[in-house]
Design a protein around this ligand. Structure first.
Ligand SMILES: [Zn+2]
Length: 345
């Protein structure tokens, strides 16, 4: 998310950070931590800040002298260990991540070999194993050995979307810390820090990204915004008033959606959000996610009945599930648009 400089640079996540600071202050470090939460909420950045704070020379000697309040428990960012960790070249901070989508047994075996040796120089050796759900069963079982008999001066930090994605035997050996989705003001702050963003777009994207900065960055892509414009135009024209829906236009929409296979899921999310916003616009316009489209959505809310909207949302949801099971995309999308059109006649 942000350049690794310490807890103070992390946007949001006050609760997880408070807990990690307590471990450091009291010297009660769990051997294994599991950070769960959506992509792009700061899990890896926090793991790096934690590794820095555990190894910061200035912080370590300050804590030895006197107890510290939470506010000042943080890495200095300037001592040798801090600089090495921030620069990603500390020999005792070991990162394991999917290659490209799976964490294989060979990666865990190599980790076990490193952990069999003593740490080179760190006060605390830290293993950051990200997207732990990508471990295959063999890799997961191999990791259990480390969790059962953790080496001295070694901390493991696993990240995953949710605990249910992992073997229960792994989860039960970790101290679980949940990361919340970021609030819209936090996302806006991060977008502003990244720069080059119109305030109006930042407002829209922060409402649409579901609290994930990674997703917010994806949505800032002008191609996504153009795709949303196109889909909204079709939805407005076809569903928000006369003339009645044209089957031919719907099928052309389906054909165009099917052409870019890697964008189908993202496009259907835009469709679902349109339906969701039309439902919400009727009762609570403040909660509409596509805020820049409130006027058009409110117009649509007057012409489409809620019961029909629910059927249409269900049609998109079923199409998404079918597509994830590798059904024929064109056939699935044709069936979906016909259901959407049929549900509103
Ligand atoms: Zn330091």
């Amino acid at each position: 998310m942000t350049t690794a400089t310490g807890f103070n640079a992390i946007v949001g996540q006050q609760q997880p950070i408070k807990l990690l600071k307590t471990f450091i202050r009291n010297g009660t470090m769990p051997h294994a931590l599991l950070f769960t939460g959506d992509d792009g909420v700061g899990k890896k950045t926090t793991a790096t800040a934690f590794a820095m704070a555990c190894n910061c020379r200035k912080l370590g000697s300050a804590i030895d002298r006197q107890p510290h309040p939470d506010a000042i428990i943080d890495a200095c960012g300037d001592c040798g260990p801090c600089r090495k960790i921030a620069g990603n070249h500390h020999p005792d901070i070991i990162r394991v991540a999917p290659l490209p989508s799976v964490i294989r047994i060979a990666q865990i075996r190599s980790l076990l070999q490193s952990l069999a040796l003593k740490p080179n120089e760190a006060a605390w050796r830290v293993v950051i194993l990200s997207e732990a759900q990508a471990m295959n069963a063999e890799a997961g079982n191999a990791l259990l050995k480390v969790l059962e008999e953790p080496p001295d001066r070694t901390l493991l930090v696993l990240t995953a979307r949710q605990p249910s994605d992992l073997l229960p035997t792994i989860v039960s050996r970790c101290r679980h810390i949940r990361f919340s989705p970021l609030g819209a003001p936090d996302i806006k702050r991060l977008l502003a820090l990244a720069g080059g963003i119109e305030p109006e777009s930042a407002e829209t994207v922060s409402a649409l990204c579901g609290g994930s900065f990674t997703r917010a960055q994806k949505l800032m892509d002008s191609r996504w915004l153009r795709r949303r414009d196109w889909i909204h135009r079709v939805m407005d024209e076809q569903l928000a008033g006369p003339p009645p829906p044209q089957i031919r236009t719907w099928l052309a929409f389906s054909e165009k959606l099917a052409r870019k296979k890697d964008l189908i899921e993202e496009s259907l999310e835009i469709v679902t959000m349109w339906f969701r916003d039309v439902l919400v616009a009727r009762h609570d316009p403040q909660r509409v996610l596509n805020r820049d489209r409130l006027e058009a959505l409110s117009r649509a809310a007057e012409s489409v009945k809620p019961a029909r909207l629910l059927l249409q949302i269900d049609a998109v949801d079923r199409a998404l599930k079918a597509l994830r099971s590798n059904t024929n995309a064109r056939l699935t999308l044709d069936a979906m648009v016909l259901q959407i059109a049929g549900a509103c006649t």
